[in-house]
Design a binder for this molecule. Structure first.
Ligand code: SF4
Length: 158
């Protein structure tokens, strides 16, 4: 079990996300918005006709179920080249599939962050305590054939 703080807080202005638009955030501020919930690291099933996105608990091969975090974040593209790097420039294209509690999606929709967000609570533990992280809730991609993913569709933990 880990409550490792994933946020590099040094030099961040207090509640910077309320003072600047998403497109004006610098790289440190942008990265700090990620709450480490792990929900974007779950495989999704998208209906080709309707565009509807279903979430599964089948995790990316790099997600560590014990922490809910990417085990190789800095070098993840060596293993998973298709992992999307979200930036202020492409958030418009990706907001639709992001989890409802994702800080990027919330701010993109003009909504406030939840009080359990580590930037507000000051601790990563609050994400797990709020029940919104995927820690201890995933099944590994390698052990779960694609044809079984439909059996692993879940509701987003909110
Ligand atoms: S869903 Fe959003 S907040 Fe959660 S881990 Fe992914 S990028 Fe970070």
């Amino acid at each position: 079990m880990s409550d490792k703080d994933v946020i590099a807080r040094h030099g961040l202005a207090k509640r910077f996300w309320e003072k600047k638009p998403l497109t004006k955030l610098n790289k440190t501020e942008w990265e700090a918005l990620c709450d480490g919930c792990g929900k974007c690291c779950l495989n999704k099933l998208e209906d080709e006709d309707t565009g509807e996105v279903a979430l599964t608990c089948v995790a990316c091969r790099l997600l560590d179920d014990d922490t809910g975090l990417c085990s190789q974040y800095d070098i993840r593209h060596q293993f998973v080249p298709e992992c999307i790097v979200m930036t202020p420039d492409n958030i418009d294209d990706h907001a639709y599939w992001l989890p409802q509690t994702c800080a990027y999606r919330l701010l993109w929709e003009g909504k406030p962050l939840f009080d359990w967000h580590p930037l507000i609570s000051g601790t990563q533990a609050s994400v797990h305590a709020a029940g919104v992280s995927m820690r201890h809730r995933t099944v590994p991609e390698f052990d779960t054939p694609l044809e079984q993913w439909e059996d692993h569709i879940i509701e987003e933990p909110l």
